[in-house]
Each structure stands twice: as C-alpha cells, then as structure tokens.
Design a binder for this molecule. Structure first.
Ligand SMILES: [Zn+2]
Ligand SMILES: [Zn+2]
Ligand SMILES: [Zn+2]
Length: 273
C-alpha cells in the first residue's frame, strides 16, 4: 500500500487558499466570483495532485481508515486460510492412518483366520457408494471389516480405500436407479391395493342396497318379503294402533305393551336399513 501522507497537506493548503481568496477582494460580487474560481482551482489541484512515492493521483489512494480495515480483513482471511491448511493437513494424515489401519485389519484377519467382510454401503444412508469427492483418488467406497468391527463407527463410517468419511462419497447411480425402480414398484402396488379396496367397498355397498329387508321384522309387521316402504309404514301404523297400551287396558295391557314394543322395534330396524 502506498503511504497517505499527502492528505493532511492538501487539506491545509486548501483552507489557506480559501481564506486568502476571500480576504483580498473587498467587493462581495468579485469575492464570490473569486471564491468560485478559487474553489474550482483547488478542485483541479486536488484532482491533479500526485503522490511523490508512486506518482498516482491523490484520490486513488485509500484513507488510513480504509487501509486499516483492509489490513484487518486480510489478516483474518490469512488466519482462516492458515487454519484450513492445518485442518487439511490433519485430515490427510487421518486418511493415511485409516487406510493403514484398514490394511492392518485385513492382515490380522488373515493371520487369525477370521473372515474379512467388505461392504460398499453407507451405514447411515443405506446407499451403495461410489467415488469420493473429498480426495478424488478413491476407486469406489469400500469398508473392510471383521465381525468385531461391525458396530464400530470409527471403522464403518470411513472408506478403507481412501480413508475419507462415507459422507464424502457419491451415491452410486446404479443403486439410485434400482432404488427408484423399487419405489415405483411399491407405489404401483399401493395404488393397485387402493383400487382393489375401493372395488371391494363398492361391491359391499351394492349388496347392502339390494339386500332384502330382514324377514323377521317384516313378519312381525305381518308383511311378506319385498314389501315397499309405503307398505311397511302403513302396516306399522295399523299395528301400533292395535297394540297401543292405552287401547288395551286391563288384563291385556301387559301383553299389548310387549307387542307394541316389538312392532315399534321391527319398524325402527326396517326404517334404519
Ligand atoms: Zn502513492
Ligand atoms: Zn473412498
Ligand atoms: Zn476419499
């Protein structure tokens, strides 16, 4: 950054010229005119003033505050970059360690005669994984493990081939296509089941509508199967009058009451059909 030392000097000389121009001319019109001219001149001087260090125009230099803010931002960016480099270096070392540990597991398994298992699946997403976006040097996600490590997230979440986190590996396009096919098949099946259920309900409603009125209730009202609603109402009115407790006083009252309840219930059940 070029120094900014010219700035205060410019300000000083400008205020001096201002005052000087105003005091020389007693006539206010001339004074104003002279002031305007002086200001224009000052403006021109300011605009054409150059830095003795870099010979750039004064206005092309940043102020001290701007320089300070920029310096701070640059320092913060540098610090972030430094931290990222440190993290990357650490992660690279971790990757190397993981790949080595994986080889070690395979060797141990062979020596001890234990089965070494291999999976291309991401434990979290359940997806089959392909190449790695973290290092771009992975031939394809694989975890080499023994039964002993099957639940160890430090083993199962990391690729044995490149040492990166499973999450950095892309999902296999073949696996995606297969999953999509499965999803469509399931949807298709659900749709078919829903339609079958609708057909079933429809049939049920149809049969319920076409079903004959319960025979027992009709018999109570003294009607034959296939009696119309009108006939049922008429029969009920007749029977209800016939067995109404008020119309059957004395010894018959109890019997009449029972009959009245019976026909009323029969009518209700038919009406509710
Ligand atoms: Zn300069
Ligand atoms: Zn990998
Ligand atoms: Zn990787």
């Amino acid at each position: 950054m070029a120094p900014n030392a010219a700035d205060p000097k410019i300000i000083q000389s400008v205020s001096h010229l201002d005052w000087h121009a105003a005091s020389i001319y007693p006539c206010s019109a001339i004074r104003v005119q002279q002031n305007v001219e002086a200001l224009q001149w000052i403006q021109e001087v300011k605009q054409s003033m150059r830095c003795s260090h870099c010979w750039c125009l004064a206005q092309e230099h940043e102020t001290e505050t701007q320089a300070k803010v920029r310096g701070e931002l640059e320092a913060a960016a540098d610090e972030r970059a430094r931290q990222k480099r440190a993290r990357d270096a650490m992660e690279a070392q971790h990757r190397i360690n993981r790949v080595q540990a994986s080889r070690q597991r395979a060797e141990n398994a062979e020596q001890e005669g234990i089965e070494l298992r291999k999976t291309r699946q991401d434990m979290l997403r359940g997806a089959e994984l392909g190449g790695c976006e973290g290092c771009s040097e992975c031939p394809g996600f694989e975890v080499h493990y023994t039964e002993h490590h099957a639940l160890d997230t430090k083993v199962m979440f990391y690729c044995s081939m490149c040492g990166c986190d499973a999450a950095k590996h892309t999902i296999c396009s073949a696996w995606k296509a297969q999953e999509e096919k499965k999803r469509k098949a399931l949807e298709h099946e659900q749709e078919a089941r829903r339609k079958a259920w609708e057909r079933h309900n429809h049939r049920q409603q149809q049969t319920a509508r076409s079903q004959p009125k319960p025979a027992a209730a009709l018999k109570t009202l003294g009607l034959h199967l296939g009696a119309t609603t009108k006939q049922i109402s008429a029969a009920y009115r007749k029977m209800a009058l016939r067995w109404h407790p008020d119309k059957n006083p004395g010894a018959d009252r109890e019997h009449a009451q029972a009959k009245f309840v019976e026909v009323t219930e029969a009518f209700k059940s038919l009406r509710d059909e």
